[in-house]
Design a binder for this molecule. Structure first.
Ligand code: THU
Length: 130
């Protein structure tokens, strides 16, 4: 199954009763293992989590630490754009040249990179004097 199809499948499990906006994400880790996540909303709205965060949590729980490729899918008019917080979360575990595949459920696909999504990322280098 392609990474987009994995994201498409897990999207069906999203818990999004408030926004009605279901999102799926799939990560191919450096080991080759695929991890999936979906958004999980909460009646206390700020407690909800994004699909990307779920996939990253699954990856870390599974013992992988580096993202080799990530796909995100939603039923949006154009390929879904990860929120700022998720861009930072992805950058924690991915090099700048890692491919990010953004897709709509009707197969419009936009391929970009972690660095293009988050130029000027705050990373651990800035803390090297501490
Ligand atoms: N959402 C994601 O899960 N990932 C994105 O890239 C964009 C937004 C979720 C958060 C919330 O549950 C819903 O979509 C509407 O913002």
């Amino acid at each position: 199954m392609s990474l987009i199809d994995t994201a498409r499948a897990v999207r069906r499990n999203a818990h999004a009763p408030y926004s009605k906006f279901k999102v799926g994400a799939a990560i191919r880790a450096a080991s080759g293992t695929i991890y999936a996540g979906c958004n999980v909303e909460n009646v206390a709205y700020p407690e909800g989590t994004c699909a990307e965060a779920g996939a990253i949590a699954a990856m870390i729980a599974g013992g992988d630490t580096r993202i080799a490729e990530i796909a995100v899918i939603a039923d949006s008019p154009k390929p879904v754009s990860p929120c700022g917080g998720c861009r930072q979360k992805i950058a924690e575990f991915a090099d700048g040249d890692v491919e990010v595949i953004l897709a709509t459920t009707d197969n419009v696909v936009l391929k970009t990179t972690v660095a293009d999504l988050l130029p000027g990322v705050f990373d651990a280098d800035y803390m090297s004097k501490v």
